[in-house]
Design a protein. Sequence first.
Length: 231
Amino acid sequence: MDEKSFAPNHHKNTVQQFVTKKLREAILNGTLKKGDRVVQEEWASKLGVSRMPIREALQQLAVEGLVKIEPHKGAVATPITEEDIEEIYSIRTALESLAVVKSLPYLTDDDKKEIENILIKMESLNIAETNIDEYIHLHDQFHKCLRKRCPWQRVNSMVNRLGILPIATNLLVDHYNETQKDHRLIYEAIVRNSPSELKAAIEYHMLKTKNNIMDSIKKLSQIRQEEKSEN
């Protein structure tokens, strides 16, 4: 199927969002392999767009860690593997649960109210490509508030440096409702001041997120294989 047939025609989708999505899929499904150059002219022609949204999309994908901008070479694909995801989320689960549980005894009423307000804002969003940046910001603030009172600053610093896998939100739009249920369980454990519940809720949330990301990448690969077999 010609890539141009995917050109956006829905008013809710901007050209850049469309291009970013198609390039992200090409990297994650194996069309673009590790070390492959992402040639702007080639992809502009394939997607039926100008070079400007291609450049903007590559900047976003560089933030997500899916391309690397190299001098004299341009953008080079740097796909994330299942092993990468397993490593990142194993480390993050251990550190995040520790930081949040250590933070719990020191959270003030105002802190808990702030966490609740952020949660309500996330729950009220009708998540889509047009407001995904707003959700990413709220999600980041939610997790930072959970561990803001952690007295073990080295642990907190390591969690902050590790961050949340940048591609996660874009891959997990279809899992938004279940993710919000996870966040609500985390908040309720805080309200009950239960370290054991909180630790379990964080670990469950991280495990499910990791599995959902892996499933999303596998599905993209399967779709690509099916398209290749049809052609």
